[in-house]
Design a protein around this ligand. Structure first.
Ligand code: PMP
Length: 422
């Protein structure tokens, strides 16, 4: 195996040094299966972080569906193909009434870009409302509304960033926090209207993952939705992280959060590593956009992607992965709450289903260094997790849903040791 030193040097000279590598000493894997990575040395690491290999790394059903379809037919959507229609029907059957049409794409960014484009055309407005610490993708429009990742692109003048509160960090009464946030939103809407932009849409991750999974005031999401609608705007739920049963109780994060969405975008886990994404919406929206734009996306919704997407849905159902996310997630969450009680530096336990975190703070101030130390201490124990949040002080435990009762104790045991160590 090429040494880390040499490979980093070659990486810096080709793809550059700016896309950060995880860990002080980066990892090089040669293979992965299920929820385990393998290094060249043969050492195995437990994946407690990646949501793309949703039904497990190199899942046999997915790999064989991909290989078979790639060896049979792969072509764009200008020809009839039953596989693509079967998959569309299957995917849409997981949505509530009214969300029954789909546009396919190749990445989460593409899906969000299209959702914004649709909302702008249909409302005749351009204003966007996002959270003040969020990430939705790489395109020029999305760079212009990125608040949660380093970007040289300034916020677009027609974007307003709403501060999303966290009751675990805010000692004030819940009603006061709710009222303040909704007043801020009213201000944002008024300012978009006064500037002549109007409101095209709000775009939120239903779990507010990048934000660090804040504990929201009851009714906040519904309050946002009703105000945006009243201003003529549409509601876009970005399910790139929250979708596909991650919450354990609902297939989609917007269902879990009670976020009544007009457009739902998804990506990452959808193809278990094969690049695919989608925008799900209503018949009326699809008709309004489709009839006025010849929208064609070469690779989107091709038969290979459909075969892969279908294999992911079948695997989820046959293995009962959503129910498992609930059982294991509840068990893990109870332990996380125990850690929050046990350690002064753990301010709160975060998350739902198989998306959990611990927020670190010392003397009331976020403690990103501690979170980093725990991530490294977990790596020493060969368990991979990461961190999120506006201060990077929240541990991010978001394993493939293929995680089982065999691996959970390994992760929890390592975390217990890592917390004791720091
Ligand atoms: N939305 C969210 C919530 C994301 O987390 C990401 C990727 N981290 C994206 C959109 C962009 O997806 P992609 O990288 O597939 O374009």
């Amino acid at each position: 195996m090429t040494s880390n030193v040499e490979l980093i040097e070659r990486r810096n000279r080709t793809i550059g040094p700016y896309s950060p590598l995880f860990y002080t000493e980066p990892l090089q894997f040669v293979s992965a299966k299920g929820v385990w990575f393998t290094e060249a040395s043969g050492d195995r690491y437990l994946d407690g972080y990646n949501n793309v290999p949703h039904v497990g790394h190199c899942n046999e059903r997915v790999v064989s569906a991909l290989a078979q379809q790639a060896a049979t037919l792969n072509v764009h959507t200008r020809y009839l193909n039953e596989r693509v229609i079967d998959y569309s029907e299957h995917l849409l059957s997981t949505f509530d009434t009214g969300l029954d049409r789909v546009f396919f794409g190749n990445s989460g960014s593409e899906a969000n870009e299209l959702a914004i484009r649709i909302s702008r055309q249909l409302t005749g407005s351009t204003g966007m409302i996002v959270s003040d610490y969020s990430y939705h993708g790489t395109t020029i429009t999305l760079a212009g509304l990125t608040t949660g990742l380093k970007t040289a692109t300034p916020l677009d003048p027609n974007v307003r960033a709403l501060r999303i509160p966290d009751l675990d960090r805010d000692p004030r009464p819940e009603a006061e926090v709710l009222a303040e946030t909704l007043a801020d939103l009213n201000g944002a809407i008024a300012s978009l209207q006064e500037a002549g932009y109007g409101v095209a849409a709000c775009l939120f991750d239903p779990l507010f993952s990048t934000e660090g999974m804040p504990r929201l005031p009851e009714g906040l999401v519904q309050g946002i939705v009703s105000r945006v609608r009243a201003a003529g705007g549409m509601v876009i739920a970005d399910e790139v992280q929250s979708g596909f049963g991650r919450t354990g109780t609902h297939m989609w994060g917007h269902q879990y959060a009670g976020m009544d969405a007009d457009l739902v975008t998804m990506g990452k886990p959808m193809g278990n590593g094969h690049p695919m994404s989608a925008v799900v919406t209503s018949e009326a929206v699809l008709d309004a956009f489709g009839s006025t734009n010849e929208f064609f996306n070469t690779f989107a919704g091709n038969p290979v992607s459909a075969a892969v997407g279908e294999a992911v849905l079948i695997e989820m159902a046959e293995e009962g992965l959503m129910a498992r996310a609930k059982t294991l997630g509840d068990e893990a969450a109870a332990r996380f709450r125990g850690f929050a009680d046990q350690y002064d530096f753990v301010r709160s336990a975060k998350g739902v289903g198989m998306f959990l975190g611990l927020d670190f703070a010392v003397d009331g101030e976020p403690a990103p260094q501690l979170a980093k130390q725990v991530v490294e201490a977990m790596k020493t124990r060969k368990v991979l997790i990461s961190r999120i949040g506006r201060d990077e002080s929240v541990l991010k435990v978001r394993p493939p849903l293929a995680f089982s009762e065999t691996e959970l104790p390994i992760l929890l045991g390592a975390l217990e040791e890592a917390l004791a160590e720091v």
